[in-house]
Design a protein. Structure first.
Lengths: 180, 782
């Protein structure tokens, strides 16, 4: 029984090996056209084929493989049909890029991902590099991360942009005073 | 051997007993051989089974690290033109249409760009796919609306452009994806054309084999293959050219083993990622996702049916059917695939008609891939080497996000060669061997220290000697701001300090003497400190440097961020210290950041292939100089453009002033330097010859012109300088003098000075007298 099964398998394998004609090219070859490849012909395909249907696996495979039937022909996933309209004349105050990012900073801090909060603050800084509040925000994040020397650097930079904003300057100096 | 002996045994004369014995003997041996054979074959099968299962389970492709440029950010007020947006969209493979209907498409109207982003997993979170309409006025974004309800959108970030990769030793590249992410049309196309009984067979396809066998015998040669997708997968996985019978049997057995242990989906998924689909130089294109990017410049999900069919036809012969080189063959093959899909009911005849009538359109082959920005990539590799070994970079599919700004880099590359040619003095050294003037340029962000662009040669894309990181040359007068800064920081000097610009001879430690000269061999006598810097007077600077002490100047260089070798000799005061352009940029970065040192960075973050953050290299900043010293220094450096060595560029740059900068020229005109900065960018230009010969150029006749040309194209922003609280403006005598009698307060100068550091009485034109007194004083001076 065992012998029979093996013989069948071997014979099939042998046959398969003999019949495997123009296969795939191994990727180690270069892209320059080679003589052998130039003569390769496409495999003629019989026209009478039907759509494949799911069947059970052949009996001599110990673990039958369950296969989902192939997907029915589907084109690209449908995209919502969206026609942009002209912008209305009056709009509510559009959020500034920095304020939009600051709300993401808050989200990241609420989620405890301080490094992500720092990353988003820096993204905001690239848009408004002279915004002392953003520098101060970074200082506070680094302070919370206990990266005190970085916190001090950011705080001093915030101070250098604070100008006449006394309230901010006071807050920054408070933070600087807390840095051990 | 045994068998042949037994068959030779004469049969005629042997008795029945002997015969029985003989046949028993023969049978016994035959049985033994068969049993042995079965054992051997069984062991072989088991081994193949174990091996293929183990290999498939552990299937993990070596994936190259992908390097990305800084993503383009769109927001109201962003200094971005419609062309900048379109250029980026084209690099990202967006398709221009009349009506945007899905991700990866854009349209251009009158000052309006509509686009639908694809979304991307950035290190700081996911950027959603979004439809927006961007209204651009010149070089500024005026309005962004979009999303579902056409409201104002504060901020949109495009996907980053991939600029290079660090390839694995295998040379294989792929973008792995799960079967769920493969468009069903592609799966259907592959099954239809390669193995239409894929869902029915058990790894090998006896019916297909028999049919192929007969067809091949009829044709007298191999015209048809019976290889299943599973067998093709095995062939690809074990990358062998070996075509022996044993090899083929082994492959067939492995295919069966795979089918026993793994689902059809797992096998198909692996095939979709593994199959070889093209060759790009030394990079092998594997898998359909990468092939889609390679041939069409777009993600698989965005491809229409006919393009998916083209890709499905490639496994048969990626080179033979290469759509770039063999257009007609590729088109025919594509239509064969489409016909198979129709015949097998995967597409309707109408879909077939529609798709097969489409022309073949492939993307331009990306020319700069991998080798596009060699000088910048040197910095990236250097930054990465601190935390990642080469193996990790070549195999783990990391995503490296860099600070490269493609707008800045492309603008610089487009202008550099011409700008250098324009200033080149032919054969200035009168050397018999011709050579061409070389150049290096570094552009960084003036606030964050992020490197925006680098050129290591006057020719963009040159992969040889990277002068930006490797050419270490004397910096000449570029050192002078450090001398002035040392003096200002000491608290004993101000811009109104009077220096002596007169001949001097210094006694050196080794008993030699040193007699520095001015560039024009003239002497200016008593000069203000700010004037000595602006007009780059050597003797006055040596006077100042010797007063503050050379070791203090060395310390200032360290604080500015210079880590290389420096000898504390008096000649340092005139720039006898070697630096690369990148090192100069890092020093001037600290000046541009108003005394805050931020190390230059080329890498911003590293994530895994699916967007998980591994490392982030954020802004770091440390205050190393007081804001009032920096303010005074910067005011003096503005004057370099307005009155000093860079005033020749006044016309070209007047709209952009104030800018700050310094020229540098070395002995015998061997090096021409300019380092300068605006509100947004720092730029350093070096010009010189690799063999150190004479250039015939000063800093202002050479590097400054190149710098101005490029920074003007980049629309460098003016400096925004806010005086610190302890700085106030003071009148000083027009004539620098320490002598009260010579004080000339007729047309006094206004200088920013630090409180408590106002100049001593002789030159100070401030007094306690009333306004009327001052008017009378002025009238008297007439």
């Amino acid at each position: 029984m065992m012998l029979q099964r093996l013989t069948v398998v071997l014979l099939l394998a042998l046959l398969g090996a003999c019949a495997s004609g123009p296969g795939m090219q191994a990727p180690v070859s270069t892209s320059s056209p080679s003589a052998s490849r130039g003569t390769v012909l496409p495999r003629p395909t019989p026209p009478e084929e039907q759509a494949p249907a799911a069947t059970s696996s052949p009996a001599y495979i110990p673990q039958p493989v369950r296969i989902e039937p192939p997907q029915p022909p589907v084109s690209r996933p449908p995209v919502p049909d969206y026609t942009p309209l002209p912008a209305p004349e009056r709009q509510p105050d559009p959020a500034t890029p920095a304020s939009a990012l600051l709300s993401s900073v808050d989200e990241a801090m609420a989620a405890g991902d301080l490094e992500r909060a720092a990353a988003i603050s820096e993204r905001a800084l690239r848009i408004s590099p002279r915004d002392p509040w953003l520098w101060f925000r970074l200082a506070s994040i680094r302070y919370q991360q206990r990266q005190y020397s970085e916190a001090e650097g950011f705080a001093r930079r915030a101070l250098s942009f604070a100008g006449s904003d006394r309230e901010l300057a006071t807050q920054i100096n408070q933070l600087l005073g807390q840095i051990p | 051997m045994t068998r042949s002996r037994s068959t030779k045994t004469p049969a005629k004369k042997t008795s029945r007993k002997q015969k029985r014995q003989s046949s028993g003997f023969l049978g016994r041996w035959l049985r033994r051989i068969i049993v042995l054979g079965i054992v051997v074959v069984a062991a072989w099968c088991v081994w193949i089974d174990v091996k293929s299962r183990r290999d498939f389970e552990a299937l993990q492709w070596a994936l190259p690290a992908r390097i990305y440029a800084r993503p383009l950010e769109l927001y109201v007020g962003a200094p971005v033109s419609a062309n900048d947006i379109i250029d980026t969209l084209q690099r990202l493979g967006y398709r221009r249409t009349n009506r945007v209907s899905g991700p990866g498409e854009y349209s251009v109207g009158d000052g309006i760009v509509q686009l639908w982003t694809r979304g991307f997993d950035f290190w700081d979170g996911e950027e959603p796919s979004l439809f927006v309409e961007v209204d651009v006025l010149g070089r500024r974004i005026n309005r962004i609306t979009g999303d579902r309800n056409n409201s104002a959108v504060p901020l949109v970030r495009l996907e980053p452009v991939e600029i290079a990769q660090i390839n694995p030793g295998t040379g294989e590249d792929r973008l792995p994806l799960t079967l769920n992410d493969v468009p069903p049309d592609l799966v259907n196309a592959v099954v239809a054309v390669e193995d239409h009984r894929f869902y029915d067979h058990f790894g090998i396809d006896p019916i297909g084999i028999a049919r192929a066998f007969i067809a091949n015998i009829r044709a007298g040669s191999i015209v048809q293959g019976g290889s299943t997708l599973t067998q093709q997968l095995i062939k690809n996985l074990y990358l062998t050219q070996d075509r022996t019978l044993r090899r083929k049997i082994e492959e067939a057995l492995m295919a069966i083993a795979l089918e026993i242990h793994f689902s059809k989906e797992e096998i198909l998924g692996a095939y979709m990622n593994e199959v070889f689909l093209g060759q790009d130089g030394n990079r092998a294109i594997h898998g359909f996702a990468l092939a889609s990017e390679y041939y069409f410049g777009r993600p698989l999900m965005e491809l229409p049916l006919q393009d998916l069919a083209l890709l499905a036809g490639l496994p048969r012969g990626a080179s033979y059917y290469n759509p770039r080189r063999n257009q007609q063959r590729a088109l025919d093959r594509r239509n064969v695939v489409l016909a198979q899909m129709r015949n097998q009911g995967f597409i309707t005849p109408e879909q077939y008609q529609q798709a097969s009538s489409q022309p073949l359109v492939v993307a331009e082959r990306p020319a700069q891939r991998g080798g596009g920005y060699p000088a910048f990539m040197d910095l990236v590799r250097n930054d990465l080497a601190r935390d990642y070994d080469a193996e990790a970079l070549q195999t783990e599919g990391l995503r490296i996000f860099t600070t490269l700004d493609l707008r800045v880099q492309s603008t610089m590359e487009a202008a550099l060669e011409e700008a250098v040619k324009a200033v080149e003095v032919p054969n200035a050294s009168k050397s018999p061997t011709p050579a061409s003037l070389e150049a290096a340029m570094v552009i960084t962000d003036a606030v964050t220290g992020e490197v925006r662009a680098v050129a290591g040669s006057r020719r963009p894309g040159y992969t040889g000697f990277n002068r930006a990181t490797q050419a270490s040359r004397q910096i000449g007068s570029l050192v002078k701001p450090a001398v002035v800064l040392t003096a200002l920081e000491s608290g004993k000097y101000s811009l109104a300090s009077v220096l002596n610009d007169k001949p001097m001879t210094l006694q050196l430690d080794n008993r030699d003497t040193w007699s520095p000269r001015n560039f024009d061999n003239q002497f200016n006598g008593e000069v203000y400190l700010y004037d000595a810097l602006q007009r780059s007077m050597n003797l006055a600077m040596v006077d100042l440097g010797m007063q503050v002490g050379v070791p203090s100047v060395v310390e200032t260089l360290r604080k500015l961020g210079f880590e290389g070798n420096v000898r504390p000799y008096p000649s340092l005061l005139l720039g006898a210290v070697n630096m690369t352009p990148v090192q100069v940029a890092s020093m001037y970065q600290t000046l541009a950041s108003n005394g805050f040192r931020s190390p230059l960075r080329a890498v911003e973050a590293v994530t895994t292939g699916n967007g998980q953050r591994l490392a982030r290299y954020g802004i770091a900043t440390e205050q190393v100089f007081s804001t009032s010293s920096m303010y005074q220094l910067e005011w003096a450096l503005h004057g370099v453009f307005e009155r000093g060595t860079a005033r020749s560029m006044l016309n070209r740059l007047d709209r952009r002033l104030p800018l700050a900068g310094k020229t540098g020229t070395t002995n015998d005109l061997r090096d021409s330097w300019f380092a300068g900065y605006g509100g947004d960018l720092v730029g350093v230009v070096w010009l010189g010859y690799d063999d150190n010969r004479e250039t015939g150029l000063t800093g202002s006749s050479g590097a400054l012109r190149v710098w101005s040309d490029i920074m003007n194209r980049l629309e460098i922003q003016p400096r925004q300088l806010v005086a610190p609280a302890d700085i106030s403006w003071n009148r000083v005598s027009a004539q620098p003098t320490n002598t009260e009698a010579l004080k000339d307060c007729g047309a006094p100068l206004m200088l920013p000075l630090r409180e408590g550091q106002w100049p001593p009485t002789p030159v100070n034109c401030e007094d306690d007298s009333s306004f009327v007194d001052r008017v009378i004083q002025r009238l008297r001076n007439w």
